[in-house]
Structures are given as C-alpha cells and as structure tokens.
Write a protein that binds this ligand. Sequence first.
Ligand code: GRF
Length: 216
Amino acid sequence: MAKLKTAVLISGRGSNLQALIDYCQSENSGAQISLVISNVMGAAGIERAAEAGIVSKVIEHNSFPNRDSFESALTETLDSFGIEFICLAGFMRILTDAFVKRWHNKIINIHPSLLPSFKGLKTHERALKKGVKFTGCTVHFVREEMDTGPIIIQAAVPILSDDNAESLENRVLLAEHRCYPLALSLIAENRVAIINEKVSIPKSKAPGVFFLNPIE
Ligand code: GRF
C-alpha cells in the first residue's frame, strides 16, 4: 500500500520530528515524511531532516506581509510535494481558519498537556503552579480554535514533588515521542475514525483502571 505522504511543520528543536522520522524509517510504517517546513531559519529540526535525507524548506513568516500570504506560500509548497497529511511538531504559528479548513482531518498537532487542561504556552509552569499530580501530552486533530480538536492519544505523566519546569518538560517529552509516532501510524493504517468530533480507535487496548500519585 502507498505510504501516506506527510509533511512535518516545525519552528525549533524538532525532537518530535525526530520521533516521527524514526517511525517512518521503519520498513512497515504506513507514512513517509516527504517534506519538512520550518518557519524559522536555522531551526535545529532542519538538520535532523537533512540527516535523514528529507527535503526541508524554510518559509519565514516574517518575510510575508500577512498571515494569508504566508499560508499561500505554505499551501503552494505542500501541494507541489503532493502532501496528503500534516503533522505540526512545535510549529509556533497560529493557522487561519481557511488553512485549517483546507486540511480538515488531515492535520494533527502535539500539545504538552492533557487537553483541555492547559491550552496555550508554558504548560509545565502552569501545571506545577496549580499543583496537579498528573500532566501529560495530547495528540489531536487541528480545529479552528487553538488546542482543540478530536483527541487521538494522550499520555499521563506524573508530577514529582521536586520537579521544575525543565525536569517535567523532559519527562513529558519522553511521552510525546511515543505518542506522536503512534498517532500517525494509527491514522496511516486507517484505524482512526472521527464520530461526532470524537476519535474512536476500534480494537485499541486500554491501560489499567487508574494510576495513583503519590503512592506510599
Ligand atoms: C513539544 O513540547 C510539543 O508538544 C510542543 O512544542 C514542543 C516542540 O518540541 N507543541 P520539539 O521541537 O518537537 O522538540
């Protein structure tokens, strides 16, 4: 079966891009990364793409007069590569409704919290401040409103008493790197259905009934 032609949009470090690359390099992956786009020149993720032999394009948002013209350039590039699916991986631009509609159910994002908690930026700082005992990450389909959309996978990550934002980020990233490739693989294998704006993954297994934090 033909592999799902996927583009990954980044702005920075690209550790999730790397996790997606690693998954796509496995022989029986259902997806292939055909293009990486960064809106930031010199983003570390561009180097990761190069090392994997993946074409990357830099489309800097600030060289365009407005969002629409920036996104026209994105669309033109995506279309010229025959892209069928988009993964946002630390892409730090808000996308317009028109762009999100154009890619309806064909664009996913990873967010470093258990949505709908802690939408937006600085998720780990805010989770620590609230004193919640679990946080995590979410892979979801992108909808017009930021950090909303049908949830595909979440991972719960415990917050430890001596955590700071950095230690928590590092723990959540481990979960992100498991979740994002898994979500893409489920989609590429046509195992994900969206029914009434909720994701259903028939035959998927569930973990235990609950987790405790702290434990004695
Ligand atoms: C990740 O924490 C992701 O959840 C968020 O931005 C960060 C990107 O990190 N959307 P990286 O560039 O993938 O390393």
